[in-house]
Write a new protein. Structure first.
Length: 148
């Protein structure tokens, strides 16, 4: 029996795949629990429509991320650090502070796990920061730290 999976099923396949399973397993478990539907002509047509719709959504998400990356290229976030003698600074700028500043000042929401090779900033001056907004779309902006 061939079925189209509606969800990921362990050891069977991923969502949207057409797989061959035993008749009893397909009828009594997959179809009954709405994990799959029969692989008929109508089901295949619906699967194709869903894939096209999903491709359009992904294309739009990527375009939005690219537009945001262009907008972020000109951003400069300003922070002040406590300074000591000989140009030393106390404390640092963390990812949490940067994400909050982006949200408050520019209304840009970025997940803190998407920052690339980020270490807390413990130096005065300008620092380039990279963040992955979408698969393959990386935005760069600058963080400027000055002494209080």
């Amino acid at each position: 029996m061939e079925v189209i999976l509606l969800q990921d099923v362990r050891k069977v396949g991923k969502k949207g795949e057409i797989v061959k399973v035993a008749d009893g397993y397909g009828q009594n478990y997959l179809i009954k629990n709405k994990l799959a539907v029969m692989a008929t002509a109508q089901g295949r047509a619906a699967l194709k429509r869903d894939e096209e719709k999903q491709a359009e959504i992904e294309k739009q998400k990527k375009a939005d991320a690219e537009a945001l990356a262009k907008r972020m290229a000109d951003l400069v976030l300003e922070f002040k650090l406590s300074g000591g003698t000989n140009g030393r600074v106390f404390g640092g700028i963390s990812i949490k502070q940067i994400t909050e500043a982006l949200r408050e000042q520019y209304d840009i929401r970025v997940d803190k796990r998407k920052f690339i090779d980020f270490y807390p900033i413990h130096a005065l001056g300008y620092t380039q920061v990279k963040v992955e907004l979408y698969k393959g779309v990386v935005a760069q902006f600058r963080v400027h730290t000055t002494e209080k």
